[in-house]
Design a protein around this ligand. Structure first.
Ligand code: NAD
Length: 350
């Protein structure tokens, strides 16, 4: 296949194909841009249908990390790695160690972390072969307790802060009491976001395809459960997608009654034009990679010196970033998604 003429190739600095036949490793490490610092991004493991699919995913995801990390004003660039394989059947200690060695060979230009298909324990195994990993250490919190390297709590907090900013901008209120919010997906992030909203007095509707997660949210949050397809039609103020991507599309956007879309899911827009479709309907969209940056902020601080107070303050800056995006989008008459990309580019092309 051709790489340089691929639609997803965007002047990536380096793309490495890592192979260890004995360990069964086939992986791609993509370093998109290191203008702000070493490229950081998760290590995904997925049973890709073809090698082309894996290359495309690595190219696309690493570029996305450059934009996310720059927009969050972190001293890191964008990268991502993918391991071709089924995480339920193909993951062995030898494979994880071989992946650690592949990352080590890049000498610190790429820093990996857990992602879909890999866990904190998996990354700890890779850490036997390389120091260029993050998101693995126990951390102190601002209340003095400790927690694991899992970035979800920081992601959820960033989403809460960002959702409040979007509500302030679109609905002109700093009060969340009585705010009606629909959460799609009550997993690690969605449930935690729900807790913040419940404590602030919001009224919640939830959905999930995994019954245990849904039941837990209903019990813990006092939320109303709805069927997965019904979540788009609710008469609510905010729609918070916290499950999967491409949920803002030609089918769902006309159905939304919410004035604000603010949630953690990655790649929420099915296509770039859907940012404009939301704007045309008067729906304020908090760009996904701006509002869900809490996790990467948390993971990044593990590399540059973890300080719970500094991390919290940095995560809270998501509100200021979103405020800038909302104001520029309004004054320039374009979608918030377009402005998020422009702002990120200003920050990594500087
Ligand atoms: P998770 O797997 O813990 O939770 C996702 C939940 O969504 C699960 O309970 C799952 O059953 C549910 N779900 C899946 N398909 C669904 C559907 N069609 N309808 C309703 N529910 C559905 O994942 P998470 O860590 O909470 O992440 C949620 C989203 O946020 C993902 O898109 C993830 O990529 C993104 N994100 C997460 C983080 C993080 O720190 N965890 C950081 C940035 C972005």
């Amino acid at each position: 296949m051709s790489v340089f003429t691929q639609i997803d190739f965007d002047d990536h600095e380096q793309v490495v194909f890592a192979r260890d036949a004995r360990a069964g490793l086939k992986a791609i490490i993509a370093v998109h841009n290191t203008a702000r610092g070493p490229a950081m991004g998760g290590i995904r493991m997925y049973p890709y249908a073809s090698e082309d699919d894996a290359i495309r995913d690595a190219l696309r995801l690493s570029r996305g990390m450059t934009y996310k990390n720059a927009l969050a004003e972190l001293p890191i660039g964008g990268g991502k790695s993918v391991i071709i394989g089924d995480p339920h059947h193909d993951k062995t200690e030898a494979l994880l160690l071989a992946m650690g060695e592949a990352i080590e060979r890049l000498g610190g230009r790429y820093i990996g972390a857990e992602d879909s298909g890999t866990s904190v324990p998996d990354v700890k195994v890779m850490a036997q072969r390389t120091q260029h990993l993050s998101g693995i250490h126990e951390k102190s919190t601002t209340d003095g307790s400790t927690r694991s390297g899992d970035p979800s709590p920081a992601t959820a907090y960033g989403c809460f802060v960002g959702l409040k900013e979007a509500v302030r901008h679109r609905l002109g209120s700093t009060e969340l009491r009585g705010l009606r919010v629909a959460i799609q997906g009550t997993g690690s992030v969605g449930l935690r976001l729900g807790r913040y909203l419940k404590d602030a007095g919001a009224q919640l509707w939830v959905t999930d395809v995994f019954p245990a997660n849904l039941d837990r949210a209903v019990t813990e949050l006092g939320a109303t459960a709805v069927a997965p397809e019904a979540i788009f039609d609710l008469d609510v103020d905010v729609f918070a997608p916290c499950a999967l991507g491409a949920i803002l599309n030609d089918d769902t956007i006309p159905r939304l009654k919410a004035a604000v879309v603010a949630g953690a899911a990655n790649n929420q827009l099915a296509e770039a034009r859907h940012g404009e479709a939301l704007r045309a309907r008067g729906i304020l969209y908090a760009p996904d990679y701006a509002i869900n940056a809490g996790g990467i902020i948390d993971v990044c601080y593990e590399r540059i010196g973890f300080d719970a107070t500094a991390v919290k303050a940095h995560v809270e800056r998501i509100a200021a970033t979103l405020a800038t995006i909302f104001e520029r989008a309004a004054s320039e008459g374009v979608s918030t998604a377009v402005i998020a990309d422009r702002l990120a580019e200003e920050r990594f092309k500087r």
